[in-house]
Design a protein around this ligand. Structure first.
Ligand SMILES: Nc1ncnc2c1ncn2[C@@H]1O[C@H](COP(=O)(O)OP(=O)(O)OP(=O)(O)O)[C@@H](O)[C@H]1O
Length: 301
């Protein structure tokens, strides 16, 4: 659906996109994940035809975003950033107006209901809350019944419940066959929604993988935490071949080991008639994978 080859873009001396290549397949939710200033927005603006690349090639369903702009706008839905509508335009008016731009628009009333904006149909844009503006921008991105939708910072500024509702909505849009590109800062969003992810850092693609594939790459084994029911000899435990370290966090014992560590530790405890209370086993998360790949944390703004 989307091909990007060796994209470069600079603003004056500042290199925003150094070398980005990726391809987005039909029907998937493709995530672009990276810290502030990584070049995510610049990359999607080149895909949308809003910016001209300095070098490299971009195609959306075979169309050149700059040369074939008219055709592209009929198949591509773009979530514009807040503040792009006249303050006094009402929600229903905006949706009706935008739907009139497209040859085969979606039912804008259905979208308005689906996004929880029906009660605000007659409210002026300037009177909406941040979350409502955000939902309206999603509705406007989808009103043309696009084949590809690009959503930049989809849920930034939404409260946790509205964020979850939006995720359900996006999953529903994908179920109708729309391919989605999602620019995000949120690990949980990436993990919940995306089929594949491009991790971008300092203008380059660090890797492209599924969320599960990314976490599997940094799996360092298991970390086991529990409170022993009675005295436990840390040194003996540390001698088990599958255990690499035993430390204490207050009354909890913390054990790092390979993927067999849990079996080895539970067998050891059973032999010594010790019960593991409040037992927890942790695996690597997508956040860990991101840190391992880029050396940076993702700080949501
Ligand atoms: N119009 C511009 N003029 C000059 N520099 C820009 C411009 N737009 C972006 N930049 C710079 O280019 C780099 C990449 O910006 P971009 O917005 O693409 O990153 P991003 O990954 O989307 O970041 P964020 O998550 O903060 O939006 C940043 O260092 C940014 O400051």
């Amino acid at each position: 659906m989307i091909e990007v080859h060796n994209l470069h873009k600079r603003y004056g001396d500042k290199v925003a996109v150094e070398d980005v290549s990726l391809d987005v397949r039909e029907g998937e939710i493709f995530g672009i994940l990276g810290p502030n200033g990584a070049g995510k927005t610049t990359t999607v603006e080149c895909i949308e035809g809003l910016r001209a690349p300095d070098r490299g090639k971009v195609r959306v369903l075979g169309l050149d975003p700059l040369r074939d702009r008219d055709k592209l706008t009929r198949i591509l839905g773009v979530q514009l950033q807040a503040g792009h509508l006249p303050e006094r335009m009402r929600v229903a008016e905006a949706l009706e107006l935008y739907s009139s731009f497209y040859p085969a628009p979606a039912d804008w009333r259905e979208l308005m209901h689906g996004l929880g904006l029906a009660e605000k149909a007659k409210t002026a844009y300037g009177k909406l809350s941040g979350g409502q503006k955000q939902r309206l921008s999603i509705a406007l991105a989808l009103v043309g019944s696009p084949r590809v939708a690009i959503l930049d910072e989809l849920t930034t500024g939404l409260d946790p419940q509205a964020r979850r509702d939006t995720w359900d909505l996006i999953a529903g849009v994908r179920a109708r066959g729309v391919t989605i590109v999602l620019v995000t800062h949120f690990m949980e969003e990436a993990e919940r929604l995306c089929d594949r992810l491009a991790v971008i850092d300092a203008g380059r693609v660090v890797t492209v993988d599924t969320p599960a594939g990314l976490t599997a790459r940094v799996r360092t084994g298991q970390r086991i935490r529990f409170r022993p029911s009675r005295h436990l000899d840390d040194e003996l435990l540390g001698r088990l071949p599958d255990v690499t370290a035993v430390t204490r966090e207050g009354e909890l014992v913390v054990i790092d080991g390979n993927d067999h560590a849990l079996n080895a530790v539970t067998a050891f405890l059973a032999r010594n008639q010790i019960v593991a209370e409040r037992l927890r086993v942790e695996q690597a998360s997508l956040e860990d994978a991101f840190v391992a790949l880029t050396g940076k944390r993702l700080d949501p703004h």
